[in-house]
Ligand binder design. Structure first.
Ligand code: HEC
Length: 193
């Protein structure tokens, strides 16, 4: 269980959800989504450091790569929320954005270029998708110092570069610097009528 929790945090999946918000209350939905994101972000920072300290970044990569999909499936079945990470510069193409998220990411990239800081970028709204009302929440993820071990530029260690090349031959998630938008959390919840 400890391994699963650690892996979940490392790979960006929240396992616990707060009390469910009423379906029409956008402020409550926003708070619920922000809570999921916050739990995740805090755990990620803490667990990443622990995992890397214990075995180094190259080993932390394989834990993430092998266990993430199963945990994602279990989490989504249990919570009623879809929780994912995506990016304009993808490492794993399985994390490619849907059309909605892609449009928001493009907007965030433009706003960041225009001078807004990544940590302030988020969007929440209710949209219609396939005849259903869906709450969507997208929040930018700023790059932190520990992230540079695996998403930085020339300073990424050779053994990490080698492992990434093996697992992600099309890796585009390199060359980031602190505070720049690394990607987004994208959450959605289908609302009852
Ligand atoms: C130990 C290496 C490592 C560290 C450190 C790391 N990541 Fe990653 N990151 C990965 C790997 C591996 C993937 C691909 C995971 C997968 O296969 O879904 C990934 C994927 C992502 C994604 C999903 C989008 C994509 O490109 O596939 C985001 C967003 C992300 N990382 C953000 C961060 C942030 C923010 C930090 C710092 C808090 C961070 N990462 C630290 C290895 C790392």
């Amino acid at each position: 269980m400890k391994t699963i929790l650690m892996t979940a945090a490392l790979c960006g999946l929240a396992l616990s959800t707060p009390a469910q918000a009423a379906d029409n209350d956008i402020d409550a939905l926003k708070a619920e989504a922000a809570g999921i994101v916050k739990t995740f972000a805090q755990e990620l920072q803490g667990e990443l450091l622990t995992a890397m300290k214990a075995a180094g970044p190259a080993s932390a990569i394989s834990v993430c790569n092998e266990k993430a999909p199963a945990i994602a499936a279990a989490h989504e079945a249990a919570s009623g929320w879809s929780v994912a990470r995506s990016s304009h510069k993808l490492r794993n193409t399985d994390n490619a954005p849907d059309a909605y998220t892609a449009a928001v990411i493009a907007d965030f990239v433009a706003r960041e270029e225009a001078g807004e800081v990544a940590k302030s970028l988020s969007q929440a709204e209710i949209v219609e998708e396939d005849g259903q009302r869906v709450f969507r929440f997208v929040k930018a993820i700023p790059t932190g110092q520990p992230c540079l071990n695996c998403h930085g530029g020339d300073d990424v260690k050779p053994e990490v570069v080698a492992k990434l090349a093996e697992l992600y031959p099309d890796d585009a998630a390199r060359g980031f610097t602190v505070d720049r938008m690394r990607g987004v959390f994208t959450l959605s919840k289908v609302l009852s009528e």
